[in-house]
Design a protein around this ligand. Structure first.
Ligand code: ATP
Length: 345
């Protein structure tokens, strides 16, 4: 399995850079996710890696080999797409055998490898079915077996679970992770679903407008977002307008902490689960607009006198305030982060 090196890759469409200078290294055996909102360039970057698009600038290497000019069918990558792309007129077995036949593999080796790939995705019993006789999840397994059977040096997955219902999505992502780990397959995975990315990845690159904002482990990205974009995109967080004044950050009319930054506007982020009922180091009182029981706790929306809406997540042990009441909430200074125009302050 290859390490993948991406150096300064730019891909333009009609003058607009869909990928605007991306450099990344994906380690051998790693499950690496490109995460970002619709239109941020993740599919375009994946297609450059597959060889479907030629980049306008930059290099792509698989291991030590420069693949810029290697056509897609010679890159030995396996692809799995959102819409499965299984052939409707072929049985499960024939679908999986297709890529091997194209590579002139036949006879017993073909039988053995297709059977192995079908066993990997637990579909051996359904090998004679037509795709129309399969569920969505089973069709996606066929697509996965078809990508794996050619023993790709790199597996590329583009939103592979978005056509499945919520329960199956979670089952399949666990399965993909199990297979990927067991066989040490270097995998680049595209999704816009942050929960999926956090659950499945060794590392994540968060993309925004054709660029990488941050690369890190799921915990890193969640607990130490380096830019306001990442903080707002991952998990749920409150973005509170704040100011730096004389070296001090002020939020909700209180001093949060001293910083070495020039006077001006900034944003303070605080996650809903870090806010508790009652006074804290930083406190605010507001009108409870909504209180939604969500099973693992209650999500409360509070409107402050200055018009800000703040989300609070209370655990089940705490009796939530009623809608329409005034209530006081607080959080620890250390739980808040401060972002200026240049990133975290
Ligand atoms: P999504 O999750 O919606 O697929 P994405 O992050 O994968 O989004 P891309 O599909 O890579 O985003 O698109 C990035 C930008 O490039 C978008 O502005 C898109 O409109 C543009 N783009 C993508 N493909 C083409 C194309 N073939 N021709 C022209 N513009 C394109």
């Amino acid at each position: 399995m290859s390490k993948v090196t991406i150096e300064g890759v730019v891909k333009r469409f009609e003058g607009h850079a869909a990928v605007a200078g991306v450099s990344l290294t994906v380690e051998s055996g790693e499950l690496f996710t490109l995460l970002g909102p619709s239109g941020c360039g993740k599919t375009t970057l994946l297609r450059v890696l597959a060889g479907f698009y030629q980049q306008d600038e930059g290099n792509v290497r698989f291991g030590d080999r420069l693949v810029n000019d290697v056509p897609a069918h010679k890159r030995n990558t396996g692809m799995v797409f959102q819409n499965y792309a299984v052939f409707p007129h072929m049985t499960v077995f024939e679908n999986v055998a297709y890529g091997l036949k194209a590579r002139k593999v036949g006879g017993q080796e073909l039988q053995r490898r297709v059977t192995e790939a079908l066993e990997m995705v637990k579909l051996a019993d359904l090998k004679d079915r037509m795709p129309s006789q399969l569920s969505g999840g089973q069709q996606q397994r066929v697509a996965l077996a078809r990508a794996l059977v050619i023993q790709p040096q790199l597996l590329l997955m583009d939103e592979p679970l978005s056509n499945l219902d919520a329960k199956l999505r979670i089952e399949m992502r666990t399965e993909i992770r199990r297979l990927q780990r067991q066989y040490g397959i270097t995998t680049i995975y595209v999704t816009h679903d942050q929960e999926e990315a956090l659950a499945i990845s060794d590392r994540i690159a968060v993309m925004n407008q054709g660029r990488v904002e941050q690369v890190g482990s799921p915990r890193d990205i969640y607990f130490n977002p380096q830019t306001l974009f990442v903080a707002g995109f991952i998990g749920t967080t409150n973005l509170l307008p704040a100011r730096v004044q004389g070296g001090e950050v002020r939020v909700l009319d209180q001093a949060l902490r001293e910083v070495k930054a020039a006077d001006g506007d900034c944003t303070v982020t605080i996650r809903p689960e870090k806010i508790a009922l009652g006074q804290g180091e930083i406190s605010f009182t507001g009108h409870v607009e909504e209180a939604l029981f969500v099973g693992s706790g209650t999500t409360v929306f509070v409107r402050t006198p200055s018009g800000q809406r703040i989300e609070v997540r209370l655990p089940n042990e705490v009796e939530p305030p009623r809608v329409g009441e005034q209530a006081t909430f607080g959080f620890r200074r250390a739980a808040a982060a401060v972002y200026g125009a240049q990133g975290e302050v």
